[in-house]
Write a protein that binds this ligand. Sequence first.
Ligand SMILES: *Cc1c(COP(=O)(O)O)cnc(C)c1O
Length: 459
Amino acid sequence: MEQRKKSWAEPFKIKMVELIHMTTREEREAALKEAGYNTFLLKSKDVYIDLLTDSGTSAMSDRQWAGMMMGDEAYAGSENFYHLEAAVQNYYGYKYLVPTHQGRAAEHMISQLWIKKGDVIPGNMYFTTTRLHQELAGGTFIDVIIDEAHDPDDLHPFKGNIDLNKLQAVIDKYGADKIAYVALATAVNMAGGQPVSMQNLKDLREMTNKYGIKIVHDMTRVAENAYFIKKREEGYADKSIVDIVREICSYTDAATMSAKKDALVNIGGFLALNDWDTFERARNMVVVYEGLHTYGGLAGRDMEAIAIGITESVEENHIRARVEQVAYLGNKLVELGVPVVKPIGGHGVFLDAKKILPHLTQDQFPAQSLAAALYLDSGVRSMERGVVSAGRNKEGKNNYPKLELVRLTIPRRVYTQAHMDVVAESVLEVYENREKITGLKMVYEPEYLRFFQARFEVL
Ligand SMILES: *Cc1c(COP(=O)(O)O)cnc(C)c1O
């Protein structure tokens, strides 16, 4: 309806506010040092504008909060479970639902259920927790995303696409029976929130059907992907986000979801399945790791908030304002001449640390250093998505990803355009003083997902 108008003002008004803390440079210096130059180890009270992640940081609506009051906290058969099940069936089209406390619990289950030791899992770029669960199940992830995804300047409209030639080569090399499934993410996080096209999905489905290979959909940001399809892909301009989301899901066999993203809640996730046998096994497995199959580690009220959040996540005005706010910040940085991943993705703006800090080698952690410098400048918290996040390979060597990025992730419905302006100013300030950034050395490295807890010192 409002689509004819160019501006995308937030489709909500503010009913309650949370005051934020402003710090001095001295306070930030102390806080950063104490946090080992890792933004994950900062205390929230020391952060001004928090763009660490869009995970669980969204603002819930009054309808969601009202739903929380309708929590049915029965141990078994909570009414809210059936609401969530209906939302998953209606909006995503998957038949069976196993709720979990977060997305990674769903990843754990599908990895254990569908991966045999020695299997390979081709996918459109790794995600940290997803790949780790694949490896813990005895599998090996193989990246089959299109080459354009690894080039921050390439303007391909669907940089999340799977390269079907690469996938064919994996099938030819290992044989279809060694492929546990294709791990397909929509709005590919590690590529910069880049979408997959519907055509690519159709082609992928056709090819995998030929070999009897299943597709597991990481649907964490499927609504954002749907928005890009509507905007960029021929034949979809007049389709609703609801229909596009359903069509995307229809080409896949199972899905893992972190409801902390698209679905506008602070905690929750699920595994969705179409296959009864796998559902039965997952439903049994969830009892061991999460809780009974009608709550899976969530309170009844949490499931209600997710059910309502799903319906809000696919509203046209919501998703438009969400993605366009990210684009607003991204385009502003482009105009200021700051190197960022292009096109601007769905959930954040990704600074190209390799290009911003060419005087640092990847072993000096350019993205980690840049994130630290940004915090120091203004209290804006961002996240490293480079060599620290990429971790080590099975031989214990550092993985060196082509993309060395700092992610400015925008929480949904939380910050205003004025906040985005302040962020852009601070990024520019850091960019203009970039040659003063000297790099870091890692002084503590945990075994798993090191980016969360690693500590650094200034070189
Ligand atoms: C956040 C995320 C996950 C993991 O979900 P959690 O709820 O954090 O466990 C998986 N895949 C993608 C793409 C994500 O962004």
